[in-house]
Design a protein around this ligand. Structure first.
Ligand SMILES: [Zn+2]
Length: 432
């Protein structure tokens, strides 16, 4: 059992002051140990003594993923002998980005995940089944394991895939919760139905979900979450995390966004010009890790557009919550004066039973404006159906892109190109 931090229930001013203190410490650590940041401070004439608050961070340039990739080793703050574990995340081009973690970093990860479990109402005495991998340089699997041990939660590491082994384990161990990619839950349900497993009455009541969104922007269940719950009434907890941040934001039972843990990370929300957006508006999440020893990051641009919610949560926590991912910054579509992100378009198409496959393509018009073309394979190809789809676009995202019905083979060819293991639903053919 871990002692829960009091700071998560303090006033906004107290949280601010607390973070400013930690920021000062972090800057001192970077100045002393980070080749990358000490050079940056020197080249930009930045005196870290002049940075006294989160608001002052604007004086320091942001760090991009390209920089983290290009100067990967320069971000390392400790000698090799102090590295306990290496993980990686995909880079923007070519080589993956390596992140090295010290023992303290692993301890921090464990602490973070123990807080996440507490948010999801899991504590000492519960048992958790891990349906994600623990190896392959994957940070999250390890974090889930270490966090569970810290919280006194038992773990069974089944790993990814193999519904048969998942169900066999559930039958024998009777876990209370799963860590799972939501779409894999559908596969588990399918397997259970084919094999007469009474899954609705199994021991599993909660699932901490990773990798895929569960909620619409108003926090209602998205199509995927509704599909799962209509079959199997589980409590689904959404999470937002990344390897670079080494931090997870997990929902509490209110399901109103992932809770921020102020002792672990500083978050800024910036506009296209790297300036702060008006408080409470969606912006690119830019993070400064706190307490990280191996490869700490300062003002790191995540590329994710998210919206913070500052009102006190019904669970009693006063820390802000991160809403569902609005979209990836580089995928932003500027359409007739409106900014759009693919998830909002994809979600809308998921609502139609008749629509079996779709691909959304953006390209540049002759006058260099973004154009949207939606290709749809539908079991109903009437004009009435086309109008229904168009109306939905107008109502939900206030745009009416070109919509075209195409045959199943044609769309499958676009959706599953050779050499791609992932289905493609968004094609960006804009001139860069
Ligand atoms: Zn809450």
């Amino acid at each position: 059992m871990i002692k829960l931090p009091e700071i998560e229930r303090k006033s906004k001013e107290e949280i601010k002051a607390f973070q400013n203190e930690l920021l000062k410490k972090q800057l001192g650590y970077l100045q002393e140990n980070s080749a990358y940041y000490s050079e940056l401070f020197k080249n930009q004439n930045i005196d870290i003594e002049s940075i006294n608050s989160v608001e002052d961070l604007i004086k320091i340039p942001v760090t991009t993923k390209d920089e983290l990739q290009k100067y990967n080793e320069k971000f390392l703050c400790v000698p090799k002998s102090e590295i306990a574990d290496y993980v990686s995340t995909s880079g923007t081009s070519g080589d993956p980005v390596l992140i090295a973690m010290t023992d303290e970093d692993l301890e921090r990860l464990a602490y973070n995940e123990a807080l996440s479990y507490d948010c999801a109402g899991l504590n000492t005495g519960n048992t958790l089944q891990l349906t994600t991998t623990l190896d392959r340089r994957f940070m999250a699997g390890l974090a889930y394991f270490l966090g569970a041990r810290k919280a006194g939660i038992g773990v069974v590491r089944v790993g990814s895939g193999v519904p048969e082994l998942q169900w066999d384990t559930i039958r024998k161990i009777k876990p209370d919760a799963l860590i799972c990619v939501p779409s894999f839950l559908l596969k588990m349900i399918e397997y259970a139905e084919e094999n007469n497993i009474d899954y609705r009455n199994s021991s599993v009541k909660k699932v901490i979900c990773i990798g895929e969104p569960l909620r619409n922007q108003d926090f209602s269940d998205n199509v995927l979450a509704s599909k799962i719950k209509s079959k199997w009434p589980l409590e689904l907890y959404s999470t937002y995390a990344s390897t670079e941040m080494a931090t997870a934001f997990t929902e509490c039972e209110a399901g109103m966004g992932g809770h921020h843990h102020p002792e672990l990370i500083i978050c800024e929300f910036l506009d296209e010009n790297d300036q702060p957006v008006t408080e409470g508006e969606a912006g690119e999440l830019v993070v400064t890790t706190l307490g990280v020893r191996g490869m700490p990051l300062l003002r790191y641009k995540t590329g994710d557009i998210v919206k913070p919610y500052h009102e006190k949560c019904s669970c009693g926590r006063t820390t802000f919550r991160l809403g569902p991912l609005v979209g990836r910054k580089q995928q932003m579509i500027k359409y007739k004066g409106t900014s759009l992100y693919p998830p909002s378009l994809l979600d809308l198409l998921n609502d139609f039973e008749e629509v079996k496959h779709y691909v959304i393509e953006v390209f540049s018009s002759e006058i260099d404006e973004d154009e949207i073309q939606v290709k749809v394979f539908s079991t109903n190809e009437t004009d009435e159906m086309l109008d229904r789809i168009k109306d939905r676009f107008r109502a939900k995202v206030r745009v009416s892109p070109r919509i075209q019905f195409v045959s199943e083979p044609e769309i499958l060819k676009i959706k599953f190109p050779e050499n791609s293991r992932k289905a493609i639903t968004f094609l960006d053919n804009r001139k860069s």
